[in-house]
Write a protein that binds this ligand. Sequence first.
Ligand SMILES: C[S@@+](CC[C@H](N)C(=O)[O-])C[C@H]1O[C@@H](n2cnc3c(N)ncnc32)[C@H](O)[C@@H]1O
Length: 327
Amino acid sequence: MANYFESNRYQHVSVLFQESVDVLGPKPGDILVDCTLGGGGHTALMLERVAPTGRVVSFDRDMIAIEHAQNKFAKAIASGQLTLVHAPFGEVSEQVQALGLLGKITGILADIGVSSHHLDEASRGFSFMHDGPLDMRMDQSSGQSASQFLATAEEKEIAHVIWKFGEEPKSRFIARLICEMRQKKPLQTTKELADLIASKVFWKEASRKHPATRTFQALRIYVNDELSQLEQLLRDAPQVIAPGGVLAIISFHSLEDRLVKEAMHALTGKTKRESLPRDLPLTQDKIDEMTQSRGQIIKPFPMVPSDEEIKNNPRARSAKLRAIRLQ
Ligand SMILES: C[S@@+](CC[C@H](N)C(=O)[O-])C[C@H]1O[C@@H](n2cnc3c(N)ncnc32)[C@H](O)[C@@H]1O
């Protein structure tokens, strides 16, 4: 495995850097979880905010991110302030329990999706902008790569994945192209897949969006089971977090943001409250008891990056931060 730390190739600019840690309201002595360590930007700020007596537990399913952080945070790890966990954040409940911290966590942040390292490093196979093996796994030690999926799945299943996770209107046509192509030669590189789509799907070169964009997004979400991971986190976070603690999630596309918005809304009990007869004389406590409110949304609208942040880091442009304080 390449040494990304020594060659300084692990690059990522944290999105909504201050805002996403501030919203957790961290204090010295708190115990925070960073579900998505990546380049360690948010983890570093969390460590600063909870010092000198607090702790941070940071997850990443990508061993390269973990190895990079082992070097970057060697002192904090040695002093017990930082614990790194190489696991998917869908396992947050089990992992935090194993550390004896269940119910003691005062804030969880998840900055979901891929890092700039994933997109910029051709060998990871995430981007049609760089030619590399069609892999797309965040955890290269397990699961099937995108090229294995495309080599073995039925055409119907490929079309379904491209439609469901990429919302690609030409999903069936693209799935057929892939299956016709694999009879001659399996698709093994990002360039082969991108060129195949670009050569057959009508697109205006002047348009800013490459015609393979949605297919690449879909395959990445499918290969890494990203939406199930998010659903699991949303289900388990209320048991992991101490009363009064905060769950904050940064998402980057509408499929994820919809899940976050609906789950947080449900935790407030609002969904069911709306179905209660309006003329019942109920106190707020009674309503909360009846609707099992588990939390309060911190801001009614998602926080988004400023124009300046987007100018400096265009990859931040679709980020949305939502947060809920749990009871
Ligand atoms: C957008 S980056 C996070 C960047 C980080 N907040 C920073 O400041 O550098 C997302 C990271 O989360 C990891 N990741 C994505 N989904 C994951 C999951 N389900 N479980 C664990 N890690 C995940 C990716 O491997 C990647 O390193």
